[in-house]
Ligand binder design. Structure first.
Ligand SMILES: Nc1ncnc2c1ncn2[C@@H]1O[C@H](COP(=O)(O)OP(=O)(O)O)[C@@H](O)[C@H]1O
Ligand SMILES: [Mg+2]
Length: 378
């Protein structure tokens, strides 16, 4: 059982399951604060492994690797939702683990997630669970068309999703996904998408970052605008809903809740049991960023101040930019109010998140214009 008393202070070793960009930014935040970091990731060139004190290169279910982490770390967190719940449970026998396996298990499976949201009274798009092809007709009757068929497990950045307009298309999509459990969702006429990133401690203390307005391109986040350009009442409602979700989950850690806005009303799209791409603006625009907050919750420290210091627009930089000779960094770095973050990934595949930048300007519209210009200039 956990021997390290709370709070866990600098000098201690923290562990993280997953070595992608979120793990990398957690690692940087933790090391900045004087912690040592041990990353578990099977990839030899993982973005977080490059930054860690120790990179344990093994699978997330590897017993020896988990044992090593459990013995060396004072506390362990994750950077992605597909970590096997059993590994979190095993680690929790040795040290402090957040978020807990139960919350991760809900968020990593769309069917569980949607059912949990509906059971707890949170508005969602109309949906139906689809366990077999025979259930598609009734499911479509429930959602109407057009609809989106989404695989329950391992979908991300719009992958594992298909828009369907007819029963025949739904059957074809279900088959193409290999007959795995899916959720069918009514297609929402989106006015806007919002998200809220928050931290919740094990004493139930909550710190909410400012509400984000998100624009997606092909199912992948493209631009985040902060503060979101919505009425205060709607922003407050989003914050209240996000906090209620975290509270009902008994969540401990940093999490994100994604919202749809349609007809002026909010519904919850999904939640992520970790820091979130739409929270990367906090790195340069808030007193505390989402990764420092993750360190603080994990270590049982008081939460940092999530206050926004400047309007900001975050632009994702995808692998597509490398297609024609590589991004023009000079064009971007010429601007003193743009902060560049690259993740150290070797292969630049289209759609792969390679980095992002934050454009800071007292005038939000000017920041948005410059971000859009950079998108084209890169
Ligand atoms: N029911 C829906 N109606 C309209 N657009 C949707 C719907 N579901 C998803 N989308 C669009 O696709 C994006 C990605 O879908 P999401 O369910 O969040 O999957 P992912 O796990 O890939 O982020 C959303 O942010 C939104 O832009
Ligand atoms: Mg999403």
């Amino acid at each position: 059982m956990s021997s390290k008393p709370l709070p866990i202070l600098p000098g201690a070793t923290l562990g993280i399951l997953g070595g992608g960009q979120l793990g990398r930014m957690f690692t940087l935040a933790a090391r900045t604060m004087g912690y040592k970091v041990m990353v578990l990731d099977p990839d030899a060139a993982s973005p977080a492994g490059q930054m860690a004190d120790v990179h344990v290169q093994a699978d997330y279910t590897d017993t020896d690797a988990l044992k090593k982490l459990g013995e060396c770390c004072a506390a362990i967190t994750t950077e992605f939702e597909n970590v096997p719940a059993a590994s979190l449970i095993e680690l929790a026998n040795h040290c402090r683990v957040s978020p807990g396996a139960a919350a991760v298990a809900i968020a990593q499976d769309r069917s569980h997630e949607k059912t949990w949201l509906a059971d707890n009274g949170f508005a969602t798009a109309p949906f139906a669970l689809v366990g077999s092809g025979g259930e598609l007709e009734a499911a479509l009757a429930r959602t109407g068309t057009p609809a989106l068929l989404k695989v329950s497990r391992f979908g991300y950045d719009g992958k594992g999703q298909a828009r369907v307009d007819t029963l025949a298309e739904a059957r074809a999509a279900f088959q193409a996904f290999g007959d795995q459990p899916c959720v069918l969702e009514g297609f929402v006429k989106l006015e806007r998408e919002l998200s809220v990133v928050l931290a919740r401690s094990d004493t139930g203390e909550c710190a909410l970052f400012p509400v984000v307005e998100n624009r997606h391109e092909n199912g992948i986040l493209d631009i985040s605008i902060v503060p979101a350009r919505v009425p205060d009442s709607l922003a407050q409602q989003a914050r209240d809903m996000a906090q209620a979700v975290a509270g009902k989950l008994g969540y401990v850690g940093v999490m994100a809740v994604e919202f749809f806005v349609a007809d002026g009303q909010l519904s919850i799209n999904e939640m992520a049991p970790r820091p979130h791409n739409s929270g990367h603006y906090t790195l340069d625009a808030c007193v505390t960023d989402q990764f420092e907050q993750q360190v603080r919750v994990l270590c049982g420290l008081p939460l940092g101040d999530p206050r926004l210091l400047s309007p900001v627009v975050m632009l994702n930089i995808l692998g597509d930019r490398w297609q024609n000779g590589g991004p023009h960094w000079d064009a971007l770095l010429a601007h003193p109010n743009i902060k560049l973050h690259l993740y150290g990934k070797q292969a630049a595949r289209p759609g792969r998140k390679m980095g992002h930048c934050n454009v800071l300007d007292a005038d939000l519209n000017a920041a948005l214009r410059l971000a859009e210009r950079m998108r084209n200039a890169l």
